[in-house]
Design a protein around this ligand. Structure first.
Ligand SMILES: Cc1cc2nc3c(=O)[nH]c(=O)nc-3n(C[C@H](O)[C@H](O)[C@H](O)COP(=O)(O)OP(=O)(O)OC[C@H]3O[C@@H](n4cnc5c(N)ncnc54)[C@H](O)[C@@H]3O)c2cc1C
Length: 435
């Protein structure tokens, strides 16, 4: 019998594949298996809305072909789900009855979209968007010229809305909260995005809910809380995601909102690790453990988990929530603490006349923040820096992106006045750092 270390990775997405790649680099002799419930090799989930919109061809979605798994000597079990984990005997049960033993287990099963629980919610034509198959199925109900209702104004809702718009549908967004991108933006930034989208022909309902979907064979209309009924040939629900952890019941793996991991992506159970959308790891902007369900964090956590499983000591310095997208030509870059708790309750501490710059102090049990903003509504330009002492805790940039990406990468670090001034007027560059 071989004494090679047996790595079992659940989830064939960004985190799982990054882990397999890293484990292979650190352990050339290791026995690596990935189990993924989708019938495909690794693909770019982040592009599925562009695929829906006809902006990216299906063949451009693949990030690893079958040959990559062969070349890396990674066994891929596709189209199969893990249904149980026995951490005592170190075995994972699959939905076909197979049992797989492991020495190191990585849970990288991602997250699933929240469904809506309203009458008619299960009608044909009502979808969530997470996978290639979802995008393909939505496309069949979305001929150009038809009516789409997107429920939810978060990242996936906005991206789904844009995809449907690109296909030539009339798109109506129904958003419970008072602003679009409520996690990624504040009111001022979100209002610019709303205007840009409305200008491009989207119909947007804020502080509104779909309370029922109507139709016989398939959905034909959505009933809003305000009493209005709107036409709907296709409905996409983008109301956030929840980690895929059901199969861990009884395993002893500790959870909060997601699977709790330490600085090495290890869970409380020896030999068991977690990474990606399923994991709740250290966030260095909030300085607490959080789920940051974004691609870059999944890849980084997966990579480090793979190294740690293979016996390296590769600490995770933490991640942050980070967004970078273009909505109808309007750049949106944000990260970290975008809406400090208690914001809006204090009074502005200062206003620099004629510059559009505002400074305010925010006190909360979570800590004290200073918020500096610059708004130029006419030119759809908004910038916000959130500081805790001299430490940059978060930022928002809506409009031309000049300097915003570089400034975003300073989150968690001490920043000088001149960096903030440069960020506010769009002139910040990395070259300023260290000068
Ligand atoms: C439409 C859309 C747009 C997005 N846009 C962006 C973006 O612009 N920027 C960004 O940073 N992020 C974006 N994201 C989020 C990003 O895709 C995720 O953060 C990332 O895919 C997480 O990777 P992961 O490996 O943790 O999980 P996943 O990519 O979800 O991979 C997990 C895999 O495990 C499978 N699985 C689940 N349960 C089991 C089980 N029991 N057994 C076996 N397999 C299982 C899942 O089906 C999936 O294939 C977007 C997501 C969507 C849906």
């Amino acid at each position: 019998m071989s004494d090679a270390m047996r790595y079992l990775i659940l989830g064939n997405g960004a985190a799982g594949v990054a882990a397999a790649r890293a484990a292979r680099s650190a352990d050339p002799a290791g026995d690596i298996t990935i189990v993924g419930d989708e019938p495909y090799p690794y693909y770019a989930r982040v592009l599925t809305s562009y695929y829906l919109g006809g902006l990216v061809l299906r063949e451009r979605l693949w990030l690893a072909g079958e040959e990559w798994y062969e070349w890396q000597r990674v066994r891929l079990i596709k189209g199969r789900r893990a249904v149980a984990v026995d951490t005592g005997s170190c075995r994972v049960g699959l939905d076909d009855g197979r049992e797989l033993p492991y020495d190191r287990l990585l849970v990288a099963t991602g997250a699933s979209p929240q469904q809506i629980d309203v009458p008619g919610g299960k009608l044909a034509g009502v979808f969530t968007l997470r996978t290639i198959d979802d995008a393909t199925a939505i496309g069949k109900f979305a001929p150009p010229g038809s009516q789409a209702v997107v429920i939810g104004g978060g990242l996936v809702g906005i991206k789904a809305a844009e995809g449907l718009h690109a296909r030539g549908l009339h798109v109506r967004l129904v958003v419970s909260s008072g602003r679009l991108l409520s996690q990624a933006l504040d009111d001022a930034g979100a209002e610019l995005v709303r205007r840009a989208m409305a200008g491009a022909g989207f119909t947007i309902h804020l502080q509104e809910d779909v309370i029922a979907l109507e139709g016989r064979e398939k959905v034909t209309a959505a009933v809003l809380r305000s009493g209005v009924t709107v036409p709907a040939d296709v409905v996409v629900v983008g109301k956030g995601v929840r980690p895929n952890v059901e199969f861990l019941q009884g395993s002893g793996v500790k959870m909060d909102r997601g699977i709790l991991v330490d600085d090495y992506l290890a869970t409380n159970v020896p030999g068991v690790y977690a990474a990606g959308d399923v994991a709740q790891a250290y966030d260095y902007a909030w300085q607490e453990s959080r789920i940051n369900a974004i691609w870059g964090n999944a890849v980084e956590q997966g990579r480090l988990a793979g190294l740690n499983m293979a016996g390296r000591r590769a600490p995770y310095r933490g991640g942050i929530g980070r967004n970078s997208l273009v909505v109808n030509g309007l750049g949106v870059i944000s990260g970290g603490v975008v809406n400090p708790p208690g914001e809006g309750q204090g009074s502005p501490a200062g206003h620099k006349e004629g510059t559009g710059v505002n400074v305010s102090a925010v006190r909360s049990p979570h800590g004290d923040y200073q918020v500096v903003t610059r708004l130029d509504e006419k030119h759809l330009y908004y910038r916000k820096a959130v500081l805790q002492g001299r430490r940059l805790a978060g930022m928002v940039a809506v409009g031309p992106p000049g300097g915003a990406g570089g400034f975003q990468s300073l989150i968690g670090r001490e920043v000088k006045e001149k960096y903030i001034a440069g960020f506010l007027d769009g002139s910040f560059t990395w070259a300023m750092v260290g000068r």
